[in-house]
Structures are given as C-alpha cells and as structure tokens.
Write a protein of this length. Sequence first.
Length: 366
Amino acid sequence: MNQQTIPNVTLFDLLARNWQRPAPVRQLCFNEDDTILAIGSTDGAVALARIGDNEPPESRIVIDNGQTTISPRQGNPSPLISTRIQEGATLSAYRDGTFLVSTASGELLHVTRSGEISGKVLSDRTPISAFAHNHAAGLTTAVVRRRLRLQSGEPTSIREIDLGDLAPVLISLSDDGSLIALAGPDKLSVRRIGDDSGPLWETGLSSPPLSLKWSADGRWLGCGQHAGVLCLLDVETGESIVFGDFPGQVGSVDWSEATNTILASGAYRIAGWSMTAALAKPLATGRAGFVPVEAVAAHPVKALVAAGYANGRIAVAEIGSPEELTIRDIGGPVTALEWSASGRYLAAGDALGNTAIITFPNEIFK
C-alpha cells in the first residue's frame, strides 16, 4: 500500500492514536475480547484505552486509477479511562474482559472495563510478589511468601504449594494451563499444575530474569536475563540452551506460533531462532544496525514480528527475512509492544510516556 504523499506524514501519523502519560510506560495489556487496552506506567498509575477506532484506516483509504492513498485522521482519540490505582506493578487480562493488577504493596486487584476496582483476588494473605492468569484454564496463580497459591473456578477453591528456597519474581503459565514456570533471581523452575510433589525441571540462571514466555505447544520455555543472556528450556528433556552474547539485557522475549520461533530483544537486530528442528536454528530477521532492540512482539497469526528500538523506531518484519516496514522513525525508547489477539492492533509505549494503538488496514499485510 502506498502512503499519501504529504510532507512529514509517516505511517505512524496515519495509523496511530496517541495518548501522553506522565511517566514512562511499563506494560501494555489487551483484555480478552480486544475492546480495552490497559496501560501501566512506572509511576504506578494505570489507565485504560478504548480499542474501538472512530476513524479506522479503511474509512480513510481512497483508490483512484489504481493508486491507493490514505488521508490523515481528523479528530482526537477518545480520552483515556482513569483508575484509582497509583501503585500498579503488573497487568494481566482477566475474565469477562476485565483485568488483574498487582500493586507495589502486594495486593492483587480486579479492575473492570470502566476502571473501577471491584475487589481483591487471592488477597487474604499478602504481599503477593508475582502472579499469572490463564484464561483458557480459568486459573490464577500467585506467589505469597514463597508459597504458590492456585485458584481455579470458585474463589474459595484454592491450593497452596510450598516452594522451598525459591523466591519467584516472574510466573508464566503454558497456553493450556498445565505447566507453570517460576523464575527466581538465580533459578528457573517448571512444575505441573496438577502435581504437588515438586519441580518437573530446574535450571540455574546466571543473572536475574527479566522476561519469561512459553511456546504455544508448551515444549519450550524462554527466559531473558539481565546480563544479556537468553535461556531456552526443553520441557520434554530438561535440557537447556543458553545464548549469552547479547550486547544488551534481554528484557523482552516472545514466540511466533506461525513459525515456532523464539524472538528476543537485546541485540542490534531482531534476534530469533527456529525451534522446528532438533537444534535451534538462527533466523536473521529485519535489518542490522547500530541501535539495540528494546522490545519484540510476535504477531498472533502471521509470520511477523514487531520490534521497538532504543531510538524510538518501531518496525514490523517478516520472520526470517530482512524486509521491514517502518511504522515510526524516531521517539522515546520503546518500552512495551503488544499485539491484540486479532492482530489488527499493535499497542506501543515508550520511555517518554507516549502510548499508541496502531490500527492496521487489511491491505497492509498480504
């Protein structure tokens, strides 16, 4: 699709809705039905953005003599929905289009679509140091004083598991809800949800974990670390593969279900490895440069990955190809990227507090 030839107008200007937050963006999270985006900032504030676009790209596209052009937006986006949360730490989608928000004081709050706090979850014992929710399994897990609490179904149905000397700071549930990964300062542990006898596998970490992500089939677990290290754990065998030559910290990892590829930040291009063979096969994706990748997000359906850079650049690349589509050229260092479940929307946040929802027309990705 060709851009409209207006000076200084970029794809970002044409496709994105923007909001300015008072502090750097820490995390972005779409709810389960792609109607609301939760925005968490480093100052602890949490706000919500409506996904519905009053000026979608399709309404602004004109085809004349085979030439496709798109006109700029005319109005401002709908204002953000404020919440009363001022010490938010981590966000997760919850049931019925709502959210879970953990706080710095260790509470786990249930937040509605309208931004109201409707109650606390797993809150009779605090502080909660890490949590995760799996919508498909209806399972919520949280760490409370080195004990793992699991809530499934009715709020009163809670199990507890003693974690011993493991003090997790990150939790991740496999897509089917059968496995849980717990990452502490120097150890990565995997357990089966239905088995309280102990870890299935454990492996040491050389530095504190920053990101934790399962492959769609639950075979592989990726853990990015502070000291420029990516650890891949094969859950079938317990063996791990360690990549330790990243020039920067691996603060963001994601899996492409379309290509079974793990993607990571921390390098001067989009780092990726295909896991379809017995050994991890490196895939050169996007263009190499002199600015590190700060965030990656795999498209939920297509063989594409979005990448955000330290200079504010945002690009979408085909996995395994040098081809890239630059969405934004410059701005604050990108701190968060998140695709909606449909893949139609890409949310982006940066260190200057700018938050954007980029709406892609169907014609842009063939």
